[in-house]
Design a binder for this molecule. Structure first.
Ligand code: AMP
Length: 445
């Protein structure tokens, strides 16, 4: 199949060709015709599937057929959970619309509001926004939705995880009732389905990669190691394998900072990206990483969500995520668009429970490789995918701090008091390994 048969105009096809896209990805093949028909869409798709073009291209096509946005008006609204994702979606919108007379604007929190208000005066055919800042702008009369035609909720599951449900409800209340709705989510929990019921109307349902499967193009393995040894092991792996562009995930912001300092001290250029960093610092880190100036980007899950880094060869889980589904999101950064990638997880004895959850979720037993010189003193108990095992109740992800929440309104109500960030993982002593009944495993691998 080619893009020519999907009903897009010559200007859009030209922009797609300039991007180097030859064939529509599965989600694009399904979503583009549905959106062009004016249908609501509910799609289960994560980053890396081409979902952004899947909704952006037909929206641009529809908008190009109508009247341009008037002052302070928006015709299409794309809501994203994080600033980075807003910026990336905005970049895509700009690229795909480069031959069309359409305007787009990106607004998010953490930066001055005045320039955004000025830009909105001219109106925006496409407005890309994080929820909190959008409400601030609306409350200051900087944006109006009288002529809104389309609403997109991108990464809806992450929006709910980040506590944006009330902001989303407020936004839905200020939009015209008659509009087209598109909802994208990596997962479809009961909460997402409830939200969907109030949002989409007789939707076309699209699911491109079965829920929670990890891409076959990603080679995944686990390095059992003591917690204290993780920084040394990571340095060793990067140097030994000459990894040049590595995205490393840590569970905490302090963990990310400390690891980044450690790597710098070992002569490996790195930058940390997380919710406590200013927007400028985050954008700079991402640019330097993409250009190769910085070899390692150390990120927390929320900061990394939706990062679009083409053909990233290497992802490292320095800590395993508490929520198994985040593992799938993390390794979704690699092996994109047909490229192969590797994802290695440094797992210490106290992380066996998380490893069990991940292996259950992805329905695979991950290979283990002990690296010479980093043999763990505290063994990681045997794990493995067991179809008969009942899922363990997972901990809810922590809400980010009010002051640093991605895209949250400045001056927004404080989040309820939350526990202090867990001890920085690199320094914590391994807990006694949880007791479990295990199959004997041959440890030669
Ligand atoms: P997304 O899932 O929207 O984050 O897109 C993931 C990556 O795939 C982005 O870098 C896009 O530029 C790229 N991409 C999207 N559609 C196509 C396509 N049809 N052919 C090749 N690359 C694509």
């Amino acid at each position: 199949m080619s893009f020519d048969s999907l009903g897009l105009s010559a200007q859009i096809l030209e922009a797609i060709a300039e991007e180097g896209y030859e064939t529509p990805s599965p989600i694009q093949a399904k979503a583009i015709p549905a959106v062009l028909e004016g249908r609501d869409v509910m799609a289960a798709a994560q980053t890396g599937t081409g979902k952004t073009a899947g909704f952006t291209l037909p929206i641009l096509e529809l908008l190009s057929r109508g009247e341009r946005a008037g002052p302070n008006q928006a015709r299409a609204l794309i809501l994203t959970p994080t600033r980075e994702l807003a910026a990336q979606v905005g970049d895509n919108v700009r690229s795909y619309s480069r031959h069309l007379p359409l305007s787009s604007t990106i607004v998010y929190g953490g930066v001055k509001i005045n320039p955004q208000m000025m830009r909105l005066r001219r109106g925006a055919d496409v407005l890309i926004a994080t929820p909190g800042r959008l409400l601030d702008l609306y409350n200051q009369n900087a944006v109006r939705f009288k002529h809104l035609e389309v609403l997109v909720l991108d990464e809806a599951d992450r929006m709910l995880d980040m506590g944006f449900i009330h902001d989303i409800k407020k936004i839905l209340n200020i939009l015209p009732k008659h509009r087209q709705n598109l909802m994208f989510s990596a997962t479809f929990s009961d909460q997402i389905r409830t939200l969907a019921k109030s949002l989409v109307n007789d939707p076309v349902e699209i699911s491109v990669s079965p829920r929670n499967t990890t891409t076959k193009l990603v080679k995944q393995w686990v390095c059992p190691v003591d917690k204290k040894q993780k920084p040394g092991l990571l340095t060793n792996l990067i140097k030994k394998h000459k990894w040049e562009q590595v995205l490393v995930f840590t569970r905490t912001k302090h963990g990310a900072n400390r690891l980044s300092r450690h790597l710098d001290g070992k002569g490996i250029t790195s930058a940390a990206i997380h919710g406590n960093k200013s927007q400028g610092a985050r954008t700079r880190a991402l640019t330097e990483f993409k250009s190769g100036e910085v070899r390692v980007l150390v990120a927390t899950d929320i900061a990394a969500r939706g990062l679009d880094i083409d053909q990233l060869p290497q992802v490292v889980n320095f800590d395993l995520p508490n929520v198994a589904e985040d593992y799938v999101h993390r390794i979704g950064r690699t092996g994109r668009a047909g490229a192969t990638g590797q994802a290695v997880s440094l797992v210490s004895a106290d992380e066996a429970d998380q490893l069990v959850d991940i292996e259950q979720l992805i329905k695979q037993t991950l290979d283990r490789k002990i690296v010479a010189g980093f043999e763990p003193v505290h063994d990681v108990p045997e794990t493995g995918h067991d179809p008969s095992r009942r899922p363990r109740k997972q901990k809810k992800p922590k809400k980010p701090k009010a002051g640093h929440k991605d895209g949250q309104r400045s001056g927004a109500k404080k989040a309820p008091k939350k526990p202090r960030e867990k001890a920085e993982p690199m320094l914590a002593t391994p807990r006694k390994a949880p007791r479990r009944r295990v199959k004997p495993r041959n440890n030669n691998d």
